[in-house]
Design a binder for this molecule. Structure first.
Ligand SMILES: [Zn+2]
Length: 146
């Protein structure tokens, strides 16, 4: 499952996140509140990725599929705009990028870097220290940016 692979990768990188925040536009799959980032994990077909899986045009009920998929893309754009207006950085990870960890890592590098910058890591090193720091951030009584 693509979303699981993304979660596992971020977790291994020592990045803390939450899942499916319903109070955010588009209900992002992964939310990194500390660095104000959201990650959508999109299936290539449904969300019309510009790749060989996303460009598939079903031969039967072609019009039905086209309308449906265009609707999904429009919804994605609306959600991204609404999130950016609220100060969130929006990342899209396509399903075809999750097939191997090298490709996935390249596309998640920006997310991981931003998430780490957010943490007070000046006198600490290593994943364990970062996980501890980020846990402390999550446990702040009033949250961040709320
Ligand atoms: Zn794709």
């Amino acid at each position: 499952m693509p979303e699981l692979r993304v979660r596992r990768y971020l977790h291994a990188a020592g990045v803390r996140f939450r899942l499916h925040k319903r109070d955010l536009p588009g209900c992002p799959d992964i939310v990194l509140s500390g660095s104000r980032q959201v990650v959508f994990v999109h299936g290539c077909f449904w969300h019309s990725h510009n790749c060989r899986w996303g460009r598939v045009e079903p031969k039967t009920h072609a019009e039905y599929w086209r309308t449906k998929r265009e609707g999904v893309v429009k919804r994605d754009k609306r959600a991204a705009v609404a999130l950016e207006e609220r100060g969130w950085t929006v990342h899209v990870i396509w399903e075809c990028w999750t097939r191997d960890d090298v490709t996935l890592g390249e596309h998640l590098a920006d997310v991981v870097r931003k998430a780490r910058q957010e943490l007070p890591s000046d006198h600490r090193t290593g994943t364990r220290a970062m996980v501890e720091d980020s846990e402390r951030l999550v446990e702040r009584p009033h949250g961040i940016g709320g």
